[in-house]
Design a protein around this ligand. Sequence first.
Ligand SMILES: *Cc1c(COP(=O)(O)O)cnc(C)c1O
Length: 359
Amino acid sequence: MENRVYNFAAGPSMLADDVLKRLKEELFNYNDTGMSVMEMSHRSKIYLEIYEKTKADLKKLMGINEDYEVFFMHGGATGVFASLPMNLLRNRADYIVTGNFSNKAAKEAMKYGQVNVIYDGKDNGYARIPDLKELFFDEDADYIHLCANNTIYGTEWKIFPDTGNIPLIADMSSDILSRKVNVSNFGMIYAGAQKNMGIAGLAVIIIKKDLIKDAMKITPSIMDYVLSQKNDSMLNTPATYPLYVLGKVLEWLDELGGIDEIEKRNIAKAKVLYDYLDSQSFYKPHAEKDSRSLMNVTFTTPDPELDALFASEATKQGMVNLKGHRLVGGIRASIYNAMPAEGVNKLVTFMDEFRKEHE
Ligand SMILES: *Cc1c(COP(=O)(O)O)cnc(C)c1O
């Protein structure tokens, strides 16, 4: 459709054509209101309907029960991992560092209290997720924080640790809505929207109600979960349009068959890429086999100049943003929910041609 490329960007990332079409249809005149959703008051009846439906659809799709609250925040995932310690850290917290964002989250928390980094994968180049046997939790920790999918390194937790009574908190920015997750196993889940939930400007928090208690005195009101709850995330103007886009993404996912169906598709898509990577020795996958991400597939060619050539040649064929993150180099194919199987198949065909030419 209309000269669209396959956009393998890690985030902001591609949206499904069907979602964009609906946004376009409603852009100038939403539901006979004569205005765009962008122009609406967040207190208007029509907008509140969008808001409530989006929240209800998210709860339904993810199976979020009444013990949990859903907040819509500004400031991205980075804003959330800053507000988190101000709200939940009372004595000390455990952080598991499996990549760049979990490291940033731990650093941020250190500003506000005692943080124990109970695992850091630096020594293995963040190529794997720790074995559950390697993790020892502080029985008195206020919470344990991890990053479910490491967007930059391409690793993903397959099984989450059972942390007993200690709330488990997960940054799911790059894998929320991509696979089934039992929300009840978590104290809190959060995500920036621009990977699998729509567009930048919005972050979502799913938090167990009994964790919402007095925040530190220094906490800005806009980051205070008690106030978020009291004001239903409308202490100030929420990210009205990104929230509406999330609603469209959720409708699209639901029509497709929900999380079960998208998970099947995501497994199949990732398999095509990983099977190809395992069938040859020109490209080297970064992540260890049992830690491989379904969302971000990272690998290198034998030489950084070839990595760059790979990305530029792919661009000419309508496959863009394949360059790896500046921290790790190489190549990264982000294949979020919106990436169709055709995009992945086309990439693998290109990879094999490129290999034959440069091996
Ligand atoms: C992208 C990303 C972030 C940062 O998100 P922002 O919304 O830009 O703050 C944090 N964690 C993970 C896992 C990410 O993929």
